[in-house]
Design a protein around this ligand. Structure first.
Ligand code: SDX
Length: 396
């Protein structure tokens, strides 16, 4: 909207798809949601405003935001029968396994009344998913700790409602800490969308066949779970914990040496990116959020935060990482701040999925809304056998 983007023809011929939603400049380390810089959105907006922006293409005014929030609030509960799905999982099931299963099961409740060619139906699907994800993520957590499910409360903010469903119990009133509530809301904004990453591409490919949006989002959740993608924040915190156990800051040199040894298979989790060859702008904002949360909780001297900052400083000065343009990405600090918020490690990727649901469903809706939208069909570079004849097994 602010200026014409131009592409060289070569790029367009290889581009997986065209989109108006999110723009990344990997070399500059720039991230724009519908043209607005992530740095400005994270400070001046909240997550529901960002959801409205990603879905509708512009930031809402007061009335539009209120109407959007009221529509979301009408769908925060899940069908009571859905609660039985959770009971079918082992208590120690990874919450992402529960989320993949239960979000896919939403198809059984909503898809048959859905005409995806109808823009209003698409919008209601988006509203339903944005509204229900916090409820289902919190239920996956409550189920894993054997506590009763907490029903959503529509007098709380989006982030505050989620915190109460996660950490509250029926036994007492849950007090939302406004600093932590704001920090969580910002974490959701930072993870809301990111162009054609692996999980978004999965949602688009699944959706291109005409599959219902709930099943497509379940496919996106499954993709996000991998440690090379959304599972990296969990893997990064485990990595920091292991370095801490082996001696902390004094042992960073040994760890970095291990990473450089290709045979070790050890990666610096939370570093590197398929697109960013500069600092991921979300990582800077996540580090600032870390400061705020740790400060609010009197944990300024959190050893893992000090270790992460030292590790970042050493890596950014090390030729191996400089040469390969490896910088911290969104996952490098997000584990530390989520742990400080009281979110257990195994829930980190569920929070990522909660936040990314709006990006997935916005990208899905953009694709379905395209005139003459066609099913995706990636081509391959065949490197197998040329044609040959079958011989009977006795002669093989
Ligand atoms: C997310 O796509 C998205 O937008 C994803 C995401 C989103 O919002 O949706 O941003 C979220 O997934 C962020 C990434 C989270 N993953 C991790 O932090 C896991 C650790 N990172 C790596 O696995 C890796 O950096 C990837 C998978 C993210 C990218 O891998 P690439 O494409 O192989 O990276 P590259 O081509 O830039 O690598 C160049 C070199 C290679 O070595 P050489 O063969 O040149 O010797 O750097 C090496 C890589 O092996 N390398 C790393 C490394 N990342 C790349 N070496 C050590 N540690 C790392 N983290």
């Amino acid at each position: 909207a602010s200026g014409k983007f131009t592409f060289d023809p070569g790029f367009l011929s290889t581009a997986a798809c065209e989109s108006k939603i999110t723009y990344i400049d990997g070399d500059k380390g720039e991230l724009l949601y519908r043209g607005f810089p992530i740095e400005q959105l994270a400070v001046n907006c909240d997550y529901l405003e960002t959801c409205y922006l990603l879905l509708n293409g512009d930031l809402p005014n007061e009335a539009q935001r209120k109407d959007f929030e009221n529509r979301v609030l009408k769908h925060t509960m899940i069908h009571e029968q859905m609660t039985r799905f959770f009971a079918g999982f082992r208590r120690d099931a990874h919450p992402m396994a529960i989320l993949v299963g239960c979000v896919g099961a939403l198809s059984a409740f909503y898809h048959d009344s859905l005409d995806i060619q109808n823009p209003e139906h698409r919008f209601v699907s988006a509203i339903r998913l944005i509204a229900k994800m916090p409820t289902m993520v919190a239920m996956a957590y409550k189920y894993s700790v054997g506590q009763p499910f907490m029903y959503p409360r529509n007098d709380l903010s989006y982030a505050g409602n989620f915190m109460r469903m996660m950490f509250g119990t029926p036994c007492e009133e849950y007090q939302v800490n406004p600093v932590l509530e704001r920090a969580l809301d910002r974490i959701l904004i930072l993870h809301a969308d990111h162009e054609q990453n692996a999980s978004t591409s999965t949602v688009r490919l699944a959706g291109s066949s005409g599959a219902n949006p709930f099943a497509c989002i379940a496919a996106g959740i499954a993709t996000l779970w991998g440690p090379a993608h959304g599972g990296a924040n969990e893997a990064c915190l485990v990595m920091l914990g292991e370095i801490q156990q082996q001696g902390g800051i004094e042992k960073i040199g040994d760890f970095i040496a291990n990473v450089k040894d290709k045979n070790s298979g050890v990666k610096l989790m939370g570093f590197g990116h398929r697109v960013y060859k500069n600092y991921d702008p979300r990582a800077k904002l996540m580090r600032e959020t870390c400061y705020e949360v740790l400060g609010e909780l009197g944990l300024e001297n959190d050893p893992l935060f000090a270790l992460a900052m030292k590790l970042e400083q050493i890596a950014l000065e090390d030729e191996y990482f400089v040469q390969r343009k490896l910088y911290p990405n969104v996952d490098f600090y997000s584990g530390i701040v989520q742990r400080a918020l009281g979110i257990p490690t195994e829930m980190f990727t569920c929070i990522f999925a909660l936040a990314r649901t709006v990006g997935w469903i916005a990208q899905w809706g953009e694709m379905i809304g395209e005139p003459d939208q066609k099913i995706g069909r990636p081509r391959q570079l065949f490197t197998g056998s040329t044609r040959r004849e079958v011989v009977p097994i006795a002669q093989r």
